[in-house]
Design a protein around this ligand. Structure first.
Ligand SMILES: Nc1ncnc2c1ncn2[C@@H]1O[C@H](COP(=O)(O)OP(=O)(O)OP(=O)(O)O)[C@@H](O)[C@H]1O
Length: 491
């Protein structure tokens, strides 16, 4: 005898078909409605005209996000050949020309239809700050030449200007914390340590920072609904190139023919010109009376003695505040973790000292051993590295350790909170991204209203609800319709 299946009635078949169609339609609409559309991007270009060189960065972000709130990422970077724009003080038109190659590449990198709406900024840092102090006319001419060159490209040129040290520090801090997603999520922020060629910046949030003690070091931000009271200071002349000149100036006060420099390797020997050494405004006032034209710069390779020389470039004697770093500059107590970038990274990376787990004492020991290594051995071991960089790593490493510990008061314990970084999630650490985010208002003061569920969550909820409804309909039919409860027919 064949038993008739109670589900094989016209009513259940119709309900099932309608139910399945309804579920498929509901889920399809949910998926299509929320499907990410083919990504289109907007772009912004920033030129970092530093003291040692100029670098170009192109940033991109999703075009369809409201108020440009999509994540901004670095798409491309280009290192301009030659020195920084301040080195063209006597031939300003060459400063403009020097940018052509990287700019032409940017024209290819940014889609043509976006060219006219792509903002282009040039920000100059300590090299131009120094040139402006020394010879403001020459600095103006360099800017005129650079502006003329940049106006010749199809982007929306927004001007070239010198950033203040405070801006450089604050925008570096914004960059690091933006890339780490700390601002959006309202997490505790990371401090920013930036070591350039001519200046160095320290920026961090300290709960114990009383603004009234040193208002000039304070920058306040409201970002994503959170208030930040940032401490920042930029030390002009304390970038690693100018600090080296200051250290050399201390050793050549009397205008000697030879100096034996503990910050250079044993066996190092180079003839250097007094006129070149004392050309910078960071040291020009200290030029010896009647020096010879040149002096022999030889090395002794002694870390401890090098630290003594380096300490001389800082003034630790006067402090009119409750606490100072150096040179009578207020600094609140250090707090939290720090990202150290630019030359901090280049130097510590070369010396294999970027690992945050390396104790400060070990860093000093390794530096001592590196400095003591004979110069010819160093050259042999690193045939591909620029001789100028190579000869200066002993000084630079010693300067970094001294600046951090004696200057900023990092201890053996707090030194472990410093991370030496080049980039975060593919974007370089530096002031340029923070500068562009600020000028394009891409970080809202208030947290944007977000949809309560992400796309995947929304689709899942719709699908599960549709399935539950369907099961509910079937169950209610089964429970409440008399036809469903009938005993099976015996045919
Ligand atoms: N691979 C490297 N090894 C050692 N030093 C390097 C390396 N690359 C760059 N430098 C040096 O690091 C320093 C910092 O470079 P960076 O480009 O950050 O500074 P800058 O922007 O030119 O200076 P500033 O910000 O003071 O104007 C410069 O003195 C530069 O010459």
């Amino acid at each position: 005898m064949k038993e008739k299946n109670p589900w094989h009635t016209p009513a259940t078949i119709i309900i099932t078909v309608i139910g399945v169609i309804a579920i498929v339609a509901l889920v399809t609409v949910a998926v299509l409605q929320n499907r990410p559309v083919l990504q289109k991007y907007k772009y912004g270009i920033v030129l970092d005209a530093g003291s040692s060189h100029t670098a170009l960065y192109i940033y991109e972000w999703p075009a369809e996000k409201d108020n440009n709130t999509g994540r901004v990422e670095q798409k491309y970077s280009c290192k301009v050949k030659g020195k920084g724009i301040s080195s063209y003080a006597n031939t300003p038109e060459k400063a403009g020309e020097s940018l052509n190659e990287c700019m032409q590449e940017s024209v290819k990198q940014v889609p043509k239809e976006r060219h006219h709406e792509t903002p282009l900024y040039l920000g100059a840092t300590a090299g131009m700050r120094l040139l402006n102090l020394e010879n403001s006319l020459a600095s103006d001419k360099v800017f005129q030449a650079v502006e003329k060159a940049l106006q010749g490209f199809p982007f929306s040129f927004q001007g070239a200007r010198i950033l203040s040290g405070q801006e450089e520090g604050a925008f570096g801090w914004v960059t690091v914390n933006y890339l780490d997603d700390r601002l959006k999520q309202g997490l505790e922020t990371t401090g920013a340590l930036d070591l350039g060629g001519a200046s160095t910046q320290i920026s961090f949030v300290s709960d114990n920072y009383d603004i009234s003690e040193s208002p000039s070091n304070s920058v306040t931000f409201r970002l994503y609904g959170n208030d930040y009271n940032l401490y920042t200071h930029s030390f002009l002349c304390y970038g690693k190139d100018q600090a080296l000149l200051m250290a050399l100036a201390h050793q050549t006060k009397s205008g000697p023919k030879t100096i034996v420099d503990p910050c250079f390797h044993p066996g190092y020997l180079e003839q250097k010109q007094y006129s070149v050494l004392y050309d910078s405004p960071c040291v020009s006032a200290r030029k010896p009376q009647n020096p010879t034209t040149t002096f022999s710069h030889t090395g002794a390779g002694n870390f401890t003695q090098c630290q003594d020389v380096v300490k001389k470039v800082f003034n630790f004697t006067s402090c009119q505040y409750s606490r100072c770093s150096f040179n009578d500059v207020f600094q609140p107590p250090l707090q939290g973790t720090y990202g150290a970038f630019s030359a901090y990274y280049f130097v510590m990376d070369f010396l294999n000292l970027t690992d945050a787990s390396t104790p400060l004492e070990t860093v000093k020991q390794k530096l001592a051993s590196y400095c003591a290594t004979p110069w010819n051995q160093i050259v042999q071991q690193h045939p591909t590295i620029k001789v100028k960089y190579l000869s200066e790593y002993c000084f630079s490493g010693t300067y970094i350790v001294t600046l951090l510990t004696e200057g900023y008061n990092f201890t053996s314990e707090s030194y472990a909170n410093i991370n030496f970084i080049k980039e975060i999630k593919g974007s370089d650490a530096g002031w340029t991204l923070g500068y562009m985010l600020n000028l394009t208002n891409m970080i809202p003061a208030e947290a944007p209203d977000l949809p309560p569920l992400p796309h995947a969550g929304y689709v899942s909820v719709v699908t599960i609800t549709a399935l539950l409804l369907f099961v509910l309909v079937i169950l209610s039919l089964f429970c409440f319709c008399p036809g469903f409860k009938k005993q099976p027919h015996i045919v």
